[in-house]
Write a protein that binds this ligand. Structure first.
Ligand code: COA
Length: 258
C-alpha cells in the first residue's frame, strides 16, 4: 500500500508514500485516499486532515502506466474511475484539509491543492500542470479555478504551456499560504492542522461550507465536463505518443498530428 494513514491528536494524516515512482498515484492509491477521507469525515475525533508526501516529492501526478491501461481499456473516462471518487471525497469533505507540499507537485499533485483549505509549500517544491504536453486536458476543475485566481493569460502559461512554477509563485497566485524550509513544512502544516482541536467544529464546518458555497456547484459541473474530455483525450494518438515517449525517456514528437 502506498498510502499511509494515521490519526493522531485530532489530525488524520494521509501520506503519499511511493517514493520509488515519485509518488505517482495509482487507482488503488486514489481509492485509499478516498477511503481515508471518508473515515476522517465519519470520525468525530478528527478535527482536520493533513495530506503530505515524501521529502523532495509531493506527487508526480497520475501514474502514467495507469493512464496507458485506462487508455487501452474501455474504462478510459475519469467518470468511471476511482479518480473521480477521490475528487468527490476531497471536494465533499466537511473537515478542514491542510496540505504539506513536501516537494515537486505535478498534475493532480497540484490540482488537488485547489481543493485544500490551507496549503504550505516546501521552498524546494516546483509545481506544474503539464496536461497539454501529455495530450490531455486539465482536470479537477483547474480550468475553472486557475483563470479565476490568476487571470486568463497567467492561467494559460500554467495550463496551455504547462510552465512550472515555484513555491513562491504558488503563494503569489493564492494557491498556497506560505513557503517553508523543506525540513519544516510537514511539522508546520501539522501544527496548523492541530489548531482545529481548539476551535468549535460546528463553526469550522459551516464556515468551510460558506467559503466554498458560491463555486461548489460549478466546480462539480466542471469536473464532470473535464472528465468527459479527459477520457476522450486518454484514448487519443497524441496522448499515446506522449506516454510512450515518457517511458522511452525521449521527447514526444507531435509533428505528425494536425
Ligand atoms: N507515472 C509513472 N511513473 C512515474 C511517474 C508517473 N507520473 N513519475 C515518475 N515515475 C517513475 C519514472 O518512470 C521512474 O521509474 P523507473 O525508475 O522505473 O525508470 C521513477 O518514477 C523515477 O522518476 P524519474 O523521472 O527518473 O525521476 P526524476 O527525479 O528525474 O524526475 C519528475 C521526477 C517527477 C520530475 C519526473 O519523474 C516526471 O516528470 N514525472 C512525470 C510527471 C507527469 O507528467 N505526471 C503526469 C501529470 S498529468
Amino acid at each position: 500500500m502506498s498510502i499511509r494513514t494515521a490519526t493522531l491528536n485530532g489530525v488524520a494524516t494521509i501520506e503519499i508514500a511511493r517514493p520509488e515512482k515519485k509518488n505517482a498515484l495509482t487507482v488503488a492509491m486514489y481509492e485509499a485516499m478516498a477511503a481515508a477521507l471518508a473515515a476522517a469525515q465519519a470520525d468525530p475525533g478528527v478535527r482536520a486532515v493533513l495530506i503530505t508526501g515524501q521529502p523532495g516529492i509531493f506527487s508526480s501526478g497520475n501514474d502514467i502506466e495507469d493512464f496507458m491501461s485506462r487508455s487501452a481499456g474501455a474504462g478510459g473516462a475519469i467518470a468511471e474511475s476511482p479518480v473521480l471518487g477521490f475528487m468527490r471525497a476531497l471536494t465533499g469533505t466537511e473537515k478542514p484539509v491542510v496540505a504539506a507540499v513536501t516537494g515537486a507537485a505535478i498534475g493532480i499533485g497540484t490540482t488537488l491543492l485547489l481543493h485544500c483549505d490551507l496549503v504550505y509549500v516546501s521552498d524546494e517544491a516546483r509545481l506544474a500542470m503539464p496536461f497539454v504536453s501529455l495530450g490531455l486536458v486539465p482536470e479537477f476543475a483547474s480550468s475553472l479555478i486557475l483563470p479565476r485566481l490568476l487571470g486568463n493569460v497567467r492561467a494559460a502559461e500554467k495550463l496551455l504551456l504547462g510552465e512550472p512554477f515555484s513555491a513562491q509563485d504558488a503563494v503569489d497566485a493564492g494557491i498556497a499560504n506560505a513557503v517553508l524550509p523543506a525540513g519544516e513544512v510537514v511539522n508546520h502544516a501539522r501544527r496548523v492542522a492541530e489548531r482545529f482541536n481548539a476551535l468549535p467544529p460546528g463553526a469550522v464546518r459551516e464556515t468551510k461550507r460558506l467559503l466554498r458555497r458560491a463555486s461548489a456547484e460549478e466546480v462539480l459541473k466542471t469536473i464532470g465536463v473535464e472528465s468527459e474530455l479527459f477520457g476522450q483525450r486518454l484514448r487519443s494518438p497524441e496522448a499515446m505518443e506522449a506516454f510512450q515517449a515518457f517511458f522511452q525517456k525521449r521527447k514526444p514528437d507531435f509533428s505528425k498530428f494536425s
